[in-house]
Write a protein that binds this ligand. Structure first.
Ligand SMILES: [Zn+2]
Ligand SMILES: [Zn+2]
Length: 242
């Protein structure tokens, strides 16, 4: 009965504030749904096999790790995302970040939980830490997309969010225009950690996209230098593996 009442309330709220679909960007017709039925079939879910470290899709069944994770030692232990970063997701995330579609955070969080819940149980994260934006960038955008995402994941799991532990101390260039080596130099000392005792053993970093992993790695490095034992990550998308 209570469930029914809640459903009715949700329907009513849904009618007042119709949700936009993160795939076609039109109003979702089914009240209470976050994505159109037909659009769900177009989503680029990561299929198996995928890299055991970073979750990128792999081309060959014989491989356990992607080329990047084979070559590099990462500071994080493991990470996962529901989608790979194709044109559809590029547009979806661009609208989320720059087009005022903050509501997409709820959809992304639900998909992350649908696809990554098993790993999350295993990780036993004490806290969710969104990758911070530099204050000047946050001021321009008005919000940090990773923070919105972390909040939505927290609502559904009860894992708390800590928005002040990790700080962006240096304004960095946009990573996508740089090569691997430039990315590392660009991020050097980009993050710092709040002074005082850190009360967490296992941390889950939250970001929108994982490509080369240099941002997640640099954040994980700083956290581990400050006595965090294990760092994991969750993101909406991962780049293609090989
Ligand atoms: Zn749609
Ligand atoms: Zn990998």
């Amino acid at each position: 009965m209570i469930r029914n009442k809640n459903k009715k309330k949700m329907d009513f709220i849904g009618l007042l504030f119709p949700k936009r679909c993160p795939v076609c960007h039109e109003t979702v017709e089914d009240v209470g749904e976050l994505v159109c039925d037909i659009c769900r079939t177009r989503l680029p879910y990561v299929q198996q096999p995928s890299c055991r470290k970073c979750g990128k899709p792999l081309l060959s069944e014989e491989r356990e790790y992607c080329g990047d994770c084979t070559r590099k030692r990462h500071y994080f232990k493991q990470g996962k995302a529901p989608f790979f970063y194709d044109e559809l997701m590029r547009i979806s995330i661009a609208r989320f970040k720059y087009g005022g579609r903050r509501e997409y955070a709820a959809f992304y969080a639900e998909e992350i939980l649908r696809r990554c819940a098993k790993e999350m149980l295993f990780w036993k994260g004490d806290v969710l830490i969104p990758i911070p934006l530099h204050p000047s960038r946050k001021k321009v955008r008005g919000f940090n997309q990773a923070e919105l995402l972390a909040k939505e994941i927290s609502k559904r799991t009860g894992i708390p969010v800590d928005r002040t532990l990790l700080k962006r101390t240096r304004k960095t260039h946009v990573q996508k225009d740089l090569d691997d080596q430039e990315r590392l130099t660009n991020l050097k000392n980009a993050f710092s950690v709040r002074k005082g005792n850190i009360p967490y053993k296992n941390v889950i970093l939250i970001d929108d996209i994982y490509t080369t992993g240099s941002t997640i790695d640099e954040a994980a490095r700083v956290l581990r230098e400050n006595a965090v034992q294990t760092v994991y990550f969750l993101s909406i998308c991962v780049g293609r593996g090989c």
